[in-house]
Ligand binder design. Structure first.
Ligand SMILES: *[C@@H]1O[C@H](CO)[C@@H](O)[C@H](O)[C@H]1NC(C)=O
Length: 245
């Protein structure tokens, strides 16, 4: 392991994270990375909407809940075949630093952009849910495996209509969810062009903000530290999972 610099130690303390890369049709797409306030140029041309930094969204009613902090459109939209897996690669905001948190779900949505996704305000998109990772039988959350640089996958439903979609992939960190407003959201949006799909238009959808409320059972867990078991029977926020028919 390379020696840790002062700045990487500082980011360990800050303990945030971001989707660094996404794999679609076996192609790895990188970034763009957060601009940290310098919006004079977008430093890479990936399909991920650029955000200003790697901190969580705490205000559940902020427009930032849609696609991250002050997100700006990506010009690029990456092709993906219907019915295939999308793979998300997270890190702690810097290469070599893993995702830091271990409690809470990982959820993925898709929404039709009805045109090029770079022209769409993400708060207006109707998102349906394509994946939700819960606790595993051994009691560990999938999220915790990202600390070992594991990756996350979701499947593009095989039956959705071909066209331009925004994927909204999100980690919810629950370590402070025993307080109202304590939940941390890390959403990331990716422009894709779905090819070879069917004729389905999923209708159980939500918008962000709007899809979640402060006191939803999966967002506010007042008793989460009361027992040795921690969170049991976790109730996922948002709509039901879309099942390809
Ligand atoms: C969105 O995030 C940015 C960057 O952190 C922040 O400056 C802004 O106030 C946020 N907007 C809202 C409406 O919360």
């Amino acid at each position: 392991m390379k020696a840790l610099t002062v700045s990487s130690l500082l980011s360990l303390v800050a303990a945030h994270g971001i989707v660094k890369q996404v794999i679609l049709n076996d192609q790895t797409h990188t970034g763009p990375y957060p601009n940290y306030g310098d919006d004079s140029e977008i430093k890479s041309k990936g399909p991920i909407r650029q955000v200003t930094n790697t901190k969580p969204i705490k205000d559940i009613y902020s427009p930032n809940l849609s696609c991250g902090r002050d997100s700006v459109p990506s010009e690029y939209s990456a092709p993906v075949a219907a019915g295939t897996d999308v793979e998300f690669i997270w890190n702690g905001g810097e290469d070599g630093i893993p995702w830091p948190h271990s409690t809470g779900p990982i959820i993925t949505y898709m929404g039709n952009c009805n045109g090029d996704c770079k022209n769409v305000d993400p708060t207006t998109i109707d998102f349906f849910k394509i994946s939700e990772d819960d606790k595993r039988p051994d009691g560990m959350w999938e999220q915790a495996t990202l600390k070992n640089f594991n990756t996350v996958k979701a499947t593009v439903p095989w039956d959705i209509a071909s066209g331009n979609y925004m994927i909204r992939h999100e980690i919810i960190a629950l370590h402070e969810a025993n307080m109202v407003g304590g939940c941390e959201f890390y959403p990331s949006c990716i422009n894709v062009q779905v090819q070879g799909g069917g004729d389905a238009y999923p209708s159980d959808t939500v918008k962000f903000p709007g899809g979640y409320n402060e006191q939803d059972p999966g967002i506010y867990l007042p008793n989460m530290y009361d027992s040795q078991q921690g969170i049991t029977d976790y109730q996922q926020p948002g709509p039901a999972l879309y099942a390809a028919s």
